[in-house]
Every structure is written in structure tokens, then in C-alpha cells.
Design a protein around this ligand. Structure first.
Ligand SMILES: [Zn+2]
Length: 97
């Protein structure tokens, strides 16, 4: 119950802050795929030994609209303040804006 209250508090920001977009490029066909990461649904909270050291983890598999269907798998990590601290990708690359 304690955990649920904590999460509810963290995610009570304004609606426009509830998601963000990230662009990846398929490693086979080059299609740029835009992924919407929803803070409320796509992130898992992870706790360290010290409860204050909470981090977030997100894993998503993206498939483009062309015929290649190669799955592009992304893994994102965030600190407690939702700053991106790490990202990994398989099957493609991140498109730097
Ligand atoms: Zn592709």
C-alpha cells in the first residue's frame, strides 16, 4: 500500500507530461519509427537497497510499417527525477535530434 501511494504521488503531474516521443531507425530498411513512451504504462519502477534510490526501466519492441518487420528493441533507464540515464537498442539505432 505504501508503494502504491508513492507511485500515485509521482505520477500526478500534468497530462501533457505523461508521455514523450523517441525516434529510432530500423537497422535493416532504415525506416524511422517513432515510439511513444508513456510514463504511466511503459515504465517499471525499480528500487535499490535504499528506498530513495528509485530508478525507472522501460523496454519496448517497435516494428515499422514497411514490409521488413524487423523488431527494434529499446531499453531505457531513468533516475528518480525521470532523467534518461541509459539507453540500449537492438536491431536499429537511435535517431539523435
Ligand atoms: Zn525495417
Amino acid at each position: 500500500m505504501k508503494l502504491i501511494n508513492k507511485l500515485a504521488h509521482l505520477f500526478s503531474g500534468s497530462p501533457q507530461d505523461s508521455s514523450f516521443l523517441i525516434d529510432v531507425q530500423c537497422g535493416r530498411c532504415g525506416e524511422v519509427i517513432q515510439a511513444r513512451i508513456d510514463w504511466n504504462n511503459d515504465l517499471s519502477a525499480e528500487y535499490g537497497e535504499d528506498e530513495r534510490e528509485m530508478t525507472y526501466y522501460c523496454r519496448k519492441v517497435l516494428i515499422g510499417k514497411r514490409d521488413c518487420y524487423l523488431p527494434v528493441e529499446i531499453e531505457l533507464r531513468f533516475d528518480a527525477r525521470r532523467n534518461l540515464t541509459g539507453k540500449q537498442i537492438k536491431g536499429g539505432k537511435f535517431v539523435e535530434v
